[in-house]
Design a protein around this ligand. Structure first.
Ligand code: MSP
Length: 503
């Protein structure tokens, strides 16, 4: 079984910020989870390099669009290993192989009769690279997202017959109620469709930074057509040896923020239908990270630099925080104070401390060897079926809920330490067997939560698994079963702790 997951491709008109890292880490958690299930995973991310937003930014900086794209694409590419994204390929839409395939695909759409020439007149946001409908225009003809004046455009363009896909799209939404997740976004997309679809402009004549329209080279494709196609074109040249489209398409999951719902939930399936290509299985739409009460964005200037946070606290702490603080799928505020508080109370105290004291007690009382004892049945009800429970949640991309369920077990193990007070048992030789049971159960419970936390915090969990002397397939999801492993191995202390106290 293969699992194909994507992030949006990022505009190269500015440097990456935490909002971009967020989409990528979300997709990465799911990719890593599916690898744990033994599935073959293809995880794609990249940069969206054409179109007006990039051309305008380049003009402002006095460089060519290609120079700006190269500079910023490298920053996004460098962000990936830094946030520990396990992407299998990084696509850049300026890649000639992508451009060629966009032309091939769009030629098919044209040959199938879904394109015509017409006059476009209306309001356009150069930052969104989007033509706005009546309901999307804010007061004074401004963009509600970027709060800049919209341009009134009139030009002769090629049009895509989006309106003819109204009925097929309504049918898609009637038949597949998990096509878009979560539910609220599904409803939004569906009402957009039932509200009536107008044909949309497919090309621009005024811009030259883009993919040439093969049947009319005076035009380049409107950037969204070129961008959305990255999900499809990448498989023909970026997925290993040869063209792997047949094997990996349709995509299992596109992850993205709510600002680009319409493009993915309406235009993208219509384009695929127009070319006779299968539709992706699911889209997951996340909310915004808010800073000072507003969407974190380069145009509003309120961005948190993910590099600074990671330099100080490490990558895993950032990965954990974003998905713990903000429920994946909803908007939520992030702040330095909130980050520091969760770092202390949850990472350093709940999890870090559980790990440190479990290992330290095994070293102190049993020379590091996990005792040959049965696992305490008292913990079994808390752990039974946990791997299935987490997998089911992550199948619906419920990353925050799954993390909460895992954390309930972390807390349960801490309560167990307090209830059992192994330091008291150690004082009484008559309690040696009981101490064996407690230490072995703690080691095993710790191992199980660590397997499940692995997609969230890959570095920390690998380090802890080494300290727990776990090797081989120990991170496979099947290993997340309480009472099946750990006995007899020699563990080691954690020095420094997993999440050192910050001064
Ligand atoms: N290039 C388009 C996507 C094309 S996909 C075929 C684009 N790029 S973007 O760089 O502006 O944004 C990419 C993603 O980052 C979007 O999913 C967007 O929602 C996400 N985020 C940007 N700022 C964000 C927050 N403040 N919070 C959460 N996600 C945000 O759109």
């Amino acid at each position: 079984m293969a699992f194909y997951v994507t992030t949006p491709i990022y505009y190269v008109n500015a440097a990456p910020h935490l909002g971009h890292a967020y989409s990528t880490i979300g997709a990465d958690i799911l990719a890593r989870h599916h690898r744990q299930r033994g599935e073959e995973v293809f995880f794609l991310t990249g940069t969206d390099e054409h179109g007006e937003p990039v051309a305008l930014a380049a003009e402002r900086e006095g460089v060519t669009p290609k120079e700006l794209a190269d500079r910023n694409a490298h920053r996004f590419e460098a962000l990936m290993p830094r946030i520990n994204a396990s992407n299998d390929f990084f696509i850049r839409t300026s890649d000639p192989r992508h451009k060629q395939r966009v032309q091939d695909f769009m030629q098919r759409v044209y040959d199938n009769g879904h394109v015509y020439k017409g006059l476009y007149e209306g309001w356009y946001c150069p930052r969104c690279a989007d033509f706005k409908s009546e309901s999307e225009i804010a007061e004074g003809n401004t963009c509600p997202i970027h709060r800049i004046p919209l341009d009134h455009e009139q030009e002769e363009n090629w049009f895509f017959r989006l309106s003819t896909f109204q009925a097929p799209l309504e049918q898609l939404y009637a038949q597949q109620d998990d096509f878009v997740l979560p539910r609220q976004r599904f409803n939004e997309a569906r009402s957009f469709i039932t509200g009536g679809l107008n044909d949309i402009s497919l090309s621009r004549a005024k811009i030259s930074w883009g993919v040439d329209v093969p049947w009319d080279p005076e035009h380049v494709f409107y950037v969204w057509f070129d961008a959305l196609l990255n999900y499809y074109t990448a498989l023909s040249f970026g997925a290993g040896d040869g063209d792997r489209t047949e094997e990996l398409w349709p995509c299992d999951l596109h992850v993205m923020g709510k600002d680009i719902l319409k493009f993915h939930a309406v235009i993208w399936p219509a384009m695929l239908l127009a070319a006779g290509v299968a539709l992706p299985r699911h889209l997951f739409i996340h909310g915004y990270l808010l800073l000072d009460g507003e969407k974190m964005s380069k145009s509003l200037g309120n961005v948190l630099d993910p590099f600074e946070v990671m330099d100080r606290y490490g990558t895993d702490a950032l990965r954990y925080y974003c998905f713990r603080e903000v429920s994946f799928g909803q908007d939520g505020a992030v702040s330095t104070a909130g980050f520091e508080s969760r770092y202390e109370t949850e990472l350093a105290n709940d999890y870090g401390n559980l790990a440190s004291r479990t290992l330290a007690m095994i070293v102190r009382y049993r020379d590091g060897q996990v005792p040959f004892a049965d696992a305490d049945p008292a913990l079994a009800p808390d752990f039974d079926g946990i791997a299935e429970e987490i997998s089911e949640l992550l199948d619906r991309a419920e990353i925050t809920q799954a993390l909460e369920r895992i954390w309930q077990r972390v807390r349960r193990l801490n309560r167990y330490v307090e209830e059992q007070a192994p330091w008291q048992l150690a004082k009484d030789p008559a309690q040696a067997d009981r101490l064996d049971t407690v230490l072995r159960s703690l080691a095993d419970g710790l191992r199980v939560v660590t397997v499940l936390l692995h997609p969230y915090m890959p570095e920390t969990t690998e380090r802890l698994m080494r300290a727990l002397a776990q090797e081989g397939d120990s991170l496979h999801i099947a290993a997340a079963r309480y009472g099946v492993a750990t006995v007899g191995v020699t563990v080691s202390r954690l020095d420094p702790p997993l999440f050192p106290k910050q001064t």
